[in-house]
Design a protein around this ligand. Structure first.
Ligand SMILES: [Zn+2]
Length: 100
């Protein structure tokens, strides 16, 4: 990524944090943002609904104990959780600051 100092338009090499031209410093702050779109929120509610349905269905139909039913019902939630974790993104925000 080509970058230039906002103060003196000196070219900043990759990974450099101080401008060679004017001594401005690059201040990096890491922020983790998790964004849920409308489709994802709908998907989440469907998953919750599915878990509850499967849980009740399994208990009534197969007369299995609650912990087994919970384990079976948790499987789609785990899969969805793995899918959702891919939507977490770390952004490296930075600003150039000149003290001198
Ligand atoms: Zn500069």
């Amino acid at each position: 990524m080509k970058e230039y100092c906002p103060y003196c338009i000196t070219f900043i090499p990759d990974g450099a944090t101080v401008c060679r031209g004017c001594g401005a410093e690059k201040e990096i702050s890491k922020t983790t943002t998790v964004t849920y779109s409308g489709t994802e929120a709908l998907g989440l509610s469907i998953v919750v609904w599915l878990i509850l349905s499967v849980l009740i269905y399994a208990i009534t139909l197969f007369s299995i104990d609650f912990s087994t039913a919970l384990f079976i019902a948790a499987a789609p939630a785990i899969i969805y959780g793995i899918f959702m974790s891919g939507h977490k993104e770390q952004q490296h925000k930075y600003a150039w600051v000149r003290y001198k």
